[in-house]
Design a protein around this ligand. Structure first.
Ligand SMILES: [Fe+2]
Ligand SMILES: [Fe+2]
Length: 274
């Protein structure tokens, strides 16, 4: 069994000292790896990343993360990623990492992703340069995700995102802002390359469970959604590496086994901005 802990939207600031460290204590007894689905910081300031690095110091599991829109806000994403990498975090953006666990090999492909909307209600690469740049960024990030996933030859493959690949995990958010919360292009990339699970955050008021059109389970792990320090998803590796099919969907019960990482009360995170 490969045990994956996941949480998103930590929004750590210098004033968060100690809270996260306490929530994550003992995580190595429950999980092999911790995935963080972006919005690591409140406003993308280096001192916030330093505060997070201190919280993660000495953790006995590998930590893999992608950045979120908040981590870009101060226009210093490379510094944020660098500070976290110095602390041992694998920060992914269009690349992948392999982690060998006692239960099998785990591959994580990560991108921030971006918005644009979903089938029947999505933006197009048309019109003003700003609109074309918006959708082009989503396309590029989706293509990077597809390549990163395809590069993995592990027992289990997970796509780690900040933005959502499906509408289902946004339910609870105002529909008017769905195009700013994710894009169907991310789901298409996952379905083309195949994966065992997609993890994302960003939709603080969304829903935990969803599935791509190709049948890959999607989980929104924004901390305000899972209402725990982290969620745990378990996989019986068994050396399988199957393409995404309905067999991975939640409806036939073959999806990841799920549990909760902690009984700690969820720490409140800002909901006015995702
Ligand atoms: Fe976000
Ligand atoms: Fe967030």
């Amino acid at each position: 069994m490969i045990r994956v802990a996941a949480v998103g939207d930590l929004h750590v600031g210098p004033d968060s000292a100690g809270a996260l460290r306490e929530q994550l204590s003992g995580i190595h007894e429950k999980a092999d790896v911790l995935l963080i689905a972006g919005d690591l910081t409140k406003g993308g300031e280096p001192e916030e990343a330093e505060a997070l690095a201190r919280e993660l110091e000495g953790l006995l599991v590998r930590v893999v993360a992608v950045l979120g829109n908040h981590d870009h806000h101060a226009d210093r994403p490379a510094e944020i990623a660098g500070l976290l990498r110095e602390a041992g975090v694998a920060v992914l953006e269009g690349d992948a990492v392999r982690i060998d666990t006692p239960g099998g090999s785990l591959g994580v492909a990560g991108v921030k992703g971006f918005g644009g909307g979903f089938s029947g209600a999505s933006g197009a690469e048309f019109g003003e340069p700003e609109m074309k740049a918006f959708i082009r960024h989503t396309k590029e990030r989706s293509e990077a995700l597809e390549s990163a996933l395809a590069s993995l030859e592990t027992d289990v493959r997970i796509a780690l995102l900040h933005y959502a690949p499906v509408r289902e995990t946004l339910l609870g958010e105002p529909p008017e802002i769905f195009p700013f919360l994710g894009s169907y292009l991310l789901a298409e990339a996952v379905d083309r390359s195949g994966a065992d699970l997609v993890i994302h955050g960003h939709a603080h008021r969304g829903t935990e469970h969803g599935v791509t059109p190709g049948g890959v389970n999607v989980r929104n792990v924004a901390q305000t959604v899972i209402r725990q320090a982290y969620a745990i998803y378990g996989f019986d590796a068994g050396g399988r590496r199957e393409p995404a099919t309905a067999a991975h969907g939640s409806r036939d019960g073959r999806g990841p086994r799920e549990g909760r990482g902690s009984r700690d009360a969820a720490r409140s995170a800002p909901v006015s901005e995702r």
